[in-house]
Design a protein around this ligand. Structure first.
Ligand code: NCD
Length: 351
């Protein structure tokens, strides 16, 4: 049966040995208490600040939300009364939509604010904007910004929870978590796997967050890219470096492709798009070097014919790209839920 076929029925997870078990909601009071104790963070700024237990707690809760999202009735009252503002200084379609749906399904009042329609264009600074929004008493701010560190800085200036939805080339924690959930669904585990991250590593916060998470869970991480698209000191992040796709993909369980981030490139990082595709674009021939059951991932948006062929991207037997999007909503619901539990009932004028 194809993956697409299975998707219409029940959500399942593969156990070691290949058996599949359905993923069902299994929340109990006990479990909730354990979750509260394990995930005691006020903000979600990066994978770097999460422990293994935090990651597993969040993914287990996201399993429940993934099951809920396949029901006709998807709404919960978990965030009722809370205000979530999505503050995006950089264009985004899927991440913003995903956070918006996640907040709405949990019953929050969600407001989207994009840079195009804000006073930032009129010269207001990041901190002024943060202070203005803060005065409106949101409970959760979801922030994307083009500069590394900007979201952490903003979190120090407000008295609500902050989720990093991508800051420069630094971190994109919910993307790494949704990737992890998708991998766990397909491989039945999130440890001792060989994962190849391929392409524009240098400009990618997705790569950085994934490297940290996958290392934290004790996987083997490889990066495959031309030398110009690797950041300095990448070897110190606990990865094996390859410049050749055939060598790097050999024996991999997971092939994670990245978008060529041309908007972040000043100068020539690649000889030409054609040459890049020829050497580093994922097609059937290159994919054949990975394990026969290796899955193919991409955070989107995809440049078909640049980093991946349409043929591979649309092959439901190998590509889990659509499932990544689906798991994105579930992971963001889990993140919002866990952070909201730390918000006191009487927020008063604390801090
Ligand atoms: C990624 C991002 O913005 O960092 N995309 C996303 O979150 N949907 C990756 C990318 O832009 O290439």
């Amino acid at each position: 049966m194809t993956r697409g076929g299975r998707r219409q029925n029940t959500l399942s997870r593969r156990l070691r040995g290949g058996r599949r078990v359905p993923i069902t909601a299994r929340s109990t009071e006990d479990r909730r208490r354990k979750e509260d104790a394990l995930f005691a963070h006020r903000h979600l700024l990066g994978i770097e600040s999460l422990t293994r237990d935090d990651i597993v707690t969040l993914l287990d809760l996201a399993d429940d939300y993934a099951a809920l999202n396949r029901q006709r009735e998807k709404k919960r009252a978990t965030l009722r009364g809370l205000t979530q503002i999505n503050l995006f200084f950089e264009n985004s379609t899927r991440t913003q939509a995903s956070f918006e749906l996640a907040g709405k399904r949990l019953g929050a009042d969600v407001m989207n604010m994009s840079v195009g329609s804000s006073s930032i264009k009129k010269g207001e600074t990041l901190i002024d904007t943060a202070a203005t929004l803060n005065a409106m008493r949101p409970d959760i701010l979801v922030v994307r910004h083009q500069h590394s560190g900007a979201v952490a800085l903003l979190s120090e200036k407000v008295n609500c929870s902050v989720i990093n939805a991508g800051d420069g080339a630094h971190e994109h924690p919910t993307q790494a978590l949704l990737d992890a959930l998708t991998i766990r669904n397909h491989k039945g585990r999130l440890h001792r796997l060989t994962v190849a991250i391929c392409g524009d590593i240098r400009h990618s916060r997705v790569a950085r967050s994934n490297i940290i998470l996958l290392n934290q869970m004790e996987n083997r991480v490889r990066v495959i890219a031309p030398p110009t698209l690797l950041p300095e000191g990448i070897e110190n992040m606990g990865v094996e470096v390859f410049h050749d796709m055939a060598e790097g993909l050999n024996g991999c369980d997971v092939v994670m492709m990245l978008r060529l981030q041309r908007e972040r490139m000043q100068g020539a990082f690649i000889p030409s798009v054609r040459e890049y595709f020829h050497l580093w674009g994922l097609d059937r021939q290159k994919l054949a070097f990975a394990k026969p059951d290796a899955i193919v991932m991409h955070p989107g948006p995809m440049n078909r014919g640049v980093e991946i062929t349409a043929d591979v991207a649309d092959d439901f037997a190998r590509s889990v790209i659509e499932e990544q999007v689906e798991m994105g909503v579930a992971v963001r619901m889990a993140a919002l839920d866990l952070l909201a539990r730390q918000i006191p009932n009487d927020r008063g004028d604390a801090e």
